[in-house]
Design a protein around this ligand. Structure first.
Ligand code: AMP
Length: 438
């Protein structure tokens, strides 16, 4: 059986059957807008973040175009190259290629750093149609003559803004210089800062522009709350918040690797299963942590922004921003981990007094204030659609000390669906508090 909506976009039966098997009922907005021009061979500039279905939007046309003119994979010379900033994202894109291409006879490989080159070289030598790669390892293999990009037909730069953040701009320029003039190019980015615009101008020729606003994608479907603890109170607030079992699969975000480790350590000490992922962890450790989280063996995944980009895990019930990001766009990325593919989710932010400017930037970007959890203990009374303007006098009423004091009361009461404001719950157990202080 095939899916008529996807069929209308011009996809062939092999792809339609794979999508049907994946229970994709209809294309997402970026898929409807991007697939037809990409099938025609046009260049594309996509402003979209993870969670919009962007991966299928570029993978499906690549597979369709390759399968339409079946050629054997050529040793060391891929026909399509998808560049991703992180290993996790590269692996996920590789999985998408395998899933959507399950009925096609196309070969693909995923290459990234931090692991041995041997198996990656072997695959390239055998020949692949589609290569998914992180920039650094790709250049290593190019330099050593294991990969040539002179026959490339399609290039995709995924999460271009994150690539630039991670310092890959020189690598990307070097890679672009190796490509044939005549090719199809696709650039996807969650945000469009100046240097991405410049890169897009150099890379793309007469591109179609598709913009999926993050506001429509996430912000409106996600309940967003903020607490105002002092930095030192954040640990006990987090533990109290996690007493609610409704927080079944949670990502906690921190700004630094060190803090991610510390948060995971405190959670583990307090009998909350948790693991941290960040750039200092080995590839194996990151994969294992992700698998444990996916399988439900760990309840909490603690992550830095970069490590979490591109992670695609279903059923994340809550995102906790243990620390607010200093770039407001990262907030949108973070909370986009919950409420994926049409489901609803909850984001809870902890804003220490020195993070107020970050909160202001976030609220300006998403064009609405976060709901003050103090005034609406979220676990008991989450409204289906939180009303805006819950804070009354607004930001000016946020006096650090007053809030820091009050949140403890609210937090120590909050928890469980049977929350009754008249019956405060006991304060967290002594054992926990001493572990937190440790
Ligand atoms: P992405 O934005 O590419 O990271 O995709 C986000 C999630 O949405 C992934 O889990 C995809 O499998 C899923 N997805 C993509 N397109 C569709 C669709 N048309 N229908 C349902 N789920 C989809």
């Amino acid at each position: 059986m095939t899916n008529s909506n996807f069929a209308e976009l011009g996809l062939g039966n092999e792809l339609l059957n794979a999508l049907h098997k994946e229970n994709y009922e209809s294309p997402t907005p970026i898929q409807s807008q991007a697939i037809p021009p990409l099938l025609e061979g046009r260049d594309l500039l996509g402003v979209a973040q993870t969670g919009t279905g962007k991966t299928a939007a570029f993978v499906l046309p690549i597979l369709q175009r390759l399968s339409a003119k079946p050629t054997k994979a050529v040793s060391r010379r891929p026909q399509a190259l998808i560049l991703a900033p992180t290993r996790e994202l590269a692996i996920q894109i590789g999985e998408a290629v395998a899933t959507y291409g399950q009925n096609l006879h196309l070969r693909h490989a995923v290459i990234f750093g931090g692991v041995g080159q041997g198996p990656q070289i072997q695959k390239s030598v055998r020949g692949v149609h589609v290569l998914v790669a992180t920039p650094g390892r790709l250049l290593d293999l190019v330099r050593n003559g294991h990969i040539y990009l002179d026959k490339l037909e399609t290039l995709v730069l995924d999460e271009a803004d994150r690539m630039l953040d991670m310092g890959f701009i020189h690598d990307i320029r070097k890679i672009i210089a190796l490509l044939p003039e005549k090719r199809q190019s696709v650039l996807l980015s969650a945000t469009m800062p100046r240097d991405i615009e410049r890169l897009a101008r150099n890379l793309l020729s007469d591109p179609i522009k598709v913009e999926i606003s993050p506001k429509a994608v996430t912000v409106e479907r996600i309940e967003q709350f903020v607490y105002f603890p002092n930095s030192v109170d954040k640990f006990s607030l987090m533990l109290t918040v996690l007493e609610d079992k409704a927080l079944s699969r949670v990502i906690v975000f921190t700004r630094t690797k060190h803090r991610a480790n510390r948060v995971a350590e405190v959670l583990t000490k307090n009998d909350v299963t948790a693991e941290a992922i960040h750039g200092n962890k080995s590839q194996g450790a990151r994969q294992k942590a992700l698998k444990n989280f996916r399988d439900g063996k760990t309840r909490v995944l603690v992550a830095t922004d970069i490590a979490a980009r591109g992670i695609d895990i279903d059923g994340i019930s809550h995102v906790i921003n243990f620390e607010l990001p200093n770039e407001p766009e990262s907030y949108v990325h973070r909370i986009g981990r919950t409420a994926r593919a049409g489901t609803e989710g909850v984001a809870i932010s902890f804003c220490a007094p020195d993070e107020r400017p970050y909160l202001r930037d976030i609220e300006n970007l998403i064009k609405r204030p976060l709901v003050d959890a103090e005034h609406r203990p979220f676990m008991a009374t989450i409204p289906k659609k939180p009303k805006t303007g819950q804070r009354g006098a607004g930001n000016t009423s946020r006096k650090p000390k007053r809030h820091a004091g009050k949140h403890r009361g609210a937090a120590s009461q909050g928890g469980g669906k049977s929350f009754d404001p008249a019956k405060p719950r006991p304060r967290p157990a002594r054992r926990r508090r001493s572990a937190v202080a440790a």
